[in-house]
Design a protein around this ligand. Sequence first.
Ligand code: SAH
Ligand code: SF4
Ligand code: F3S
Length: 482
Amino acid sequence: MSQPILTLDFLDTPAPTAPADHAHTPSGEVRVSAATSTGRQRKLYIESYGCQMNFSDSEIVSSILFQEGFDTTEQLEGADLVLLNTCSIREKAEQTVRMRLSQINGHKKRNPGLLVGVLGCMAERLKTKFLEEEKIVDLVVGPDAYRDLPRLIQEVDGGQKAVNVLLSREETYADITPVRLNSNGVSAFVSIMRGCDNMCSFCVVPFTRGRERSRDAHSIVRECQDLITAGYKEVTMLGQNVDSYKWASEDGLEQVNFAQLLERVALLSPELRVRFSTSHPKDITDEVLHTMARHDNICNYIHLPAQSGNSRVLKLMNRTYDRAWYEDRVQAIRRILGDDCAISTDMISGFCSETEEEHQDTLSLMEQVQYDMAYMFFYSERPGTLAARKLEDDVPLEVKKRRLAEVIAVQQKHNLIRNQRAIGQVHKVLVENFSKRSDDFLSGRNDQNKVVIFPKENFQKGDYVNILVHDCTASTLFGNAV
Ligand code: SAH
Ligand code: SF4
Ligand code: F3S
C-alpha cells in the first residue's frame, strides 16, 4: 500500500524539528487514505487531521466501511464518500478544515452525488451546528460513534442529513481490526485507550473525546501479535496519557497496568520495536522506566510534555504537577535509562497571564533538560475549556509569537546538540522508506526516534541496519551501514 502524505502549512510552529509521524501531538500533517482496490462498489476518500489518535481512528472507520462495501481511494476525484477526520486542538486546525470543506464544495458541484462527512473532534465539538454552518456536510459523527456509520450512511443515502455525536464510557473498538491506511508495512499504531480524564485548562480533548477508558489488554496483545505475523517490526501504543492505562478482567482476577502491558507486548518478539505516546509527567512511574530498561526492544524515547517551566503557570494550566515534580521525573529517566534516552516535550507560549519571567522559566527548563525534540505552540483559546471560562486570554498575539520564536530558537540549538552526540556512534536503524530526496537513500529511525538517512545498498524496508553516523542537521542523522 502506498502512503501519500500531504503536509499542509497550518502549524503555529514551523516545526523544523519534528518528525511528521509523531504519535500524540498534532504536527500539522494531513494524511490521506491509501487505495485498497478490492473491487468494492463504492469508494471512500478519507483525510485525517490532528494527532495519531485520529490517524488510527481513520483505520477503524475504513475497516467498518470496508465491511459495508467501500474501498478506500487516495483520490478525491471519483470518490463516492469523502470523510474529513478533524482536529479541534487549536483554532488554526479548525480553520484548515473549514478551508478544505470549501474546496470540496467545488468537487460536489461537479459531482452532486458526492457525500461529505465530518468525523472526529470538530464533529464532536460543533455537533449539529456543523450542518447549519457548512451546507455541504451530510454527515457528522463523533469519535465514539463510528460503529453507527453504516446506519448513518443509509440515512444519508435516503436523502437526509445524519448526526451521531454520542460519547461512550466503554467504546474502545477493541474487536475491530484496522485497515492499515497510514502504514508503510513496517510500523503501526495501536490504540490502547481512549478519551482523557485530565482537565488541563487549555485543552479541548476531554470534551471531544470523552472519559478515559482502557482497552482490553488481551485484544491489544493479539493485535500486536497479528502485526508481527503480517511482517510489521514496530508498534506505537497510543493514548492521551498511557501511564494511566488500567484494565481488569471482568472477574477482577487479572489486573494490568501500563508497565505490565508494555512488558507483555515487548515479550512477543525481540524483533518487534515498541514505542508509546503520550506520557503524562504526573503519572509516569519508575516501574515503567525499569520495564523500559529491562527490554532492549522498548525504545529509549519518552514524549513527556511539560507545557511550561513555571509552577504558577502549570497550576493555572491544571497540569497537577509543578516544576520540581517535572524535574524529578526527568532525573528518574536519567538515573534509570541514562543520558541516551531521548526526551521530547510540548510547550505552550503565552498562556493566560504568563509574564516575561515565567516565559524565561520555560526557556530555563529547556536549557536544563536539553530536549531532543519539541512541539511548540502559542496558546489558542478553545471555547468551553476551563481557561476560556475562568481565565483571560490576555497575552497579546505578537507577544505570544515572539515568545514562541524564542522557545523554537532554543530548541533548534538543542536538537542539533543532541543529534551531534550521535556522530561517530553506531545506531541500529529500522528502515521505513526511501529518503524523500532520493531513491538511492533509505530513511529509518533509531531507538531514540531520530530520523537516519543512509545509502540504500541492498537494504530493504523492514530491515534493521547498523549505521555509523557521520553527520547531522538539527532534524536528521546521516550515516553509512557498517
Ligand atoms: N495528552 C497530551 C497532549 C495532547 S494535545 C498531553 O497531555 O501531553 C497535544 C498538545 O497540543 C498539548 O501537549 C499542548 O502542548 C498543545 N495544545 C493543547 N491545547 C492547546 C491550546 N489550546 N493552545 C495551544 N496548544 C495547545
Ligand atoms: Fe489535554 Fe491534558 Fe488530557 Fe493531554 S492530559 S489530552 S493536554 S486534558
Ligand atoms: Fe487529537 Fe486534535 Fe482531537 S489533537 S484528540 S485530533 S483535538
